[in-house]
Design a protein around this ligand. Structure first.
Ligand SMILES: Cc1cc2nc3c(=O)[nH]c(=O)nc-3n(C[C@H](O)[C@H](O)[C@H](O)COP(=O)(O)OP(=O)(O)OC[C@H]3O[C@@H](n4cnc5c(N)ncnc54)[C@H](O)[C@@H]3O)c2cc1C
Length: 478
């Protein structure tokens, strides 16, 4: 069915039965601007022709030099930029934005997710997206010129450096890397350890956006920390090793383990001012926090395609039957289809909520995505590996890397347990309203019992007044 173009006269024509528009619900299609339709189609064409077919070649180039960005990646980035596909993630509200809403970008990001590195060809990969958003939101003009512009232009790469080995880093108030002022007040001196920021071994890495503790005795725990711009070539900053994730080195970006040993940077390199890091970290937790979730839907779709191919492969017939002819597999495919579509709805809803009500109001829907998507995607990819058989666990398919990606997103950008905690506490805070409503049901029931002469018969029903008293006595604080 071709979309009624009379209704959407300025939009390029879309065939809703075909990818990439086929998977999106009508309420999303309705909201897409002409620019978004054009970009979604262009991203789709880009990934299908330039990224999926090049996966093995990219791997082969990378194998020759693991800590240098492969030539193919450099070429693809230039080409994608020339096609107007760079930085699509930056929401419309920024003056530097290419003009998409979060909802529109969500559609693009799902497509990018089909190949692990496709987002990078379009400068839409982590941690660049969060970092660009942070720099655009909080830096002064001079800092923007020096760091934001080249980053958006794809001239170098950056890292976000918050997590530490010795504290529970999901609670940002615990970050303890020491930031002190030099005696002349012109420099910050940094000492401490950090984990995970992208590897300094890649010559493209030029900037660390660092969160540390500059005022440990401030009575306000949210004013103790500062965010600094640390150029990668600053003396005293060393990477001791690359951290592998479930055995993958994720080169040439990697995840470093860092020492800051009397690292000295000018005071002009502080973002927004001393003691503002918490505010910045909170601000960084907007749409960027669900970019992984958006892409994981693309990964799950791709994994599902491997399952479909295997289910219908005429060479692979256990007991003389196609794998897809077994009822158990047919049911599995149906369940996975529904789960992928459900994940998509959750993520699209989160993106739309942020567009309509702002990032702060998106707190619950962001948590909802972060809890549901990585876990569900990992289960789906796992099931696809199982359907694919032994080869599904080898480099014959991208499935093991996909599973690893879904698994690590359960921790990266904040563990899902922390989001559950936040959602669960919010629910419990609403318990009193629920209890009062149930009390009213009981009051109405009492009146009805009286009218019907059933008081004696119903005497043992729950006494809500008693429950109220008990809750008050316990003084439950959530
Ligand atoms: C692949 C990968 C890439 C990463 N990239 C970066 C990066 O670029 N920059 C960076 O700074 N960090 C990065 N990280 C680190 C990541 O953000 C942290 O690991 C994460 O925030 C958790 O912090 P932590 O490891 O100190 O664990 P902790 O904070 O100690 O948490 C450990 C566990 O405690 C439990 N827990 C925590 N809070 C709660 C709660 N409220 N309720 C119930 N249980 C809870 C959870 O099970 C949690 O997993 C990356 C991590 C991975 C795996």
């Amino acid at each position: 069915m071709a979309l009624n173009t009379a209704m959407m006269s300025t939009k390029p024509e879309m065939d809703l039965t075909q990818p990439p528009f086929k998977s999106y619900p009508a309420w999303v299609i309705e909201k897409l601007s002409p620019l978004a339709v054009e970009k979604i189609q262009a991203v789709h064409d880009w990934v299908e022709t330039e990224c999926v077919p090049a996966e093995a070649i990219m791997k082969a180039q990378l194998a020759k030099n693991r800590w240098e960005t492969p030539q193919l990646m450099k070429q693809l980035r230039q080409k994608a930029k020339a096609r107007g596909l760079f930085n699509l993630f930056l929401p419309k509200s920024f003056k530097e934005s290419p003009g998409l809403t979060n909802l529109e970008y969500s559609c693009c990001a799902e497509i990018m997710g089909r190949v692990y590195w496709a987002a990078q060809t379009m400068n839409c990969h982590a941690p660049e997206t969060g970092n660009i958003e942070l720099l655009a939101k909080y830096c002064n003009d001079k800092q923007k010129k020096q760091w934001l512009e080249p980053l958006m232009n794809g001239d170098f790469s950056s890292a976000y450096s918050m997590t530490e080995p010795d504290v529970a880093s999901s609670d940002a108030t615990q970050i303890s890397l020491d930031i002190s002022k030099s005696s002349d007040g012109k420099h910050y001196i940094i000492n401490g350890r950090k984990l995970y920021g992208n590897a300094i071994w890649n010559p493209a890495m030029k900037l660390y956006i660092l969160m540390g503790c500059s005022d440990p005795t401030n009575p306000n725990a949210h004013r103790r920390h500062s965010t600094l711009l640390v150029p990668a070539d600053t003396p005293g900053l060393t990477m001791t090793r690359n951290l592998t994730i479930l055995g993958y080195d994720h080169a040439p970006e990697g995840h470093g383990e860092y020492f800051y040993d009397n690292v000295k940077i000018p005071v002009e390199n502080v973002i927004l001012g001393e003691g503002r890091a918490f505010e910045i970290a909170q601000g960084r937790l907007g749409p960027g926090r669900i970019h992984h979730c958006m892409r994981l839907i693309g990964q799950a779709e791709r994994a599902y395609e491997y399952a479909l191919i295997r289910c219908t492969d005429p060479r692979k017939k256990p007991r003389g039957r196609l794998i897809g002819s077994f009822d158990s597999q047919i049911e599995r495919l149906a369940s996975m289809r529904l789960e992928i579509d459900a994940m998509r709805l959750v993520v699209l809803n989160a993106a739309a909520t942020m567009d309509i009500h702002g990032n702060k109001s998106g707190k619950y829907v962001i948590a909802q995505s972060k809890i549901l998507v990585p876990d569900t995607a990992a289960k789906i990819i796992d099931e696809c590996m199982q359907i694919y058989g032994g080869q599904g666990l080898t480099q014959h398919t991208p499935l093991p890397e996909m599973w690893t990606y879904a698994r690590f997103v359960r921790v990266a950008d904040g563990p899902d347990a922390a989001h559950r905690h936040q959602v669960g506490r919010g629910e419990l805070r609403g318990a009193d309203v629920v209890r009062q409503r149930h009390k009213r049901y009981r009051e109405i029931a009492r009146r009805l019992e009286k009218e019907l002469g059933m008081e004696e018969e119903m005497r043992n029903e729950v006494n809500w007044e008693y429950l109220d008293e008990e809750v008050k006595k316990a003084g439950a604080k959530l």
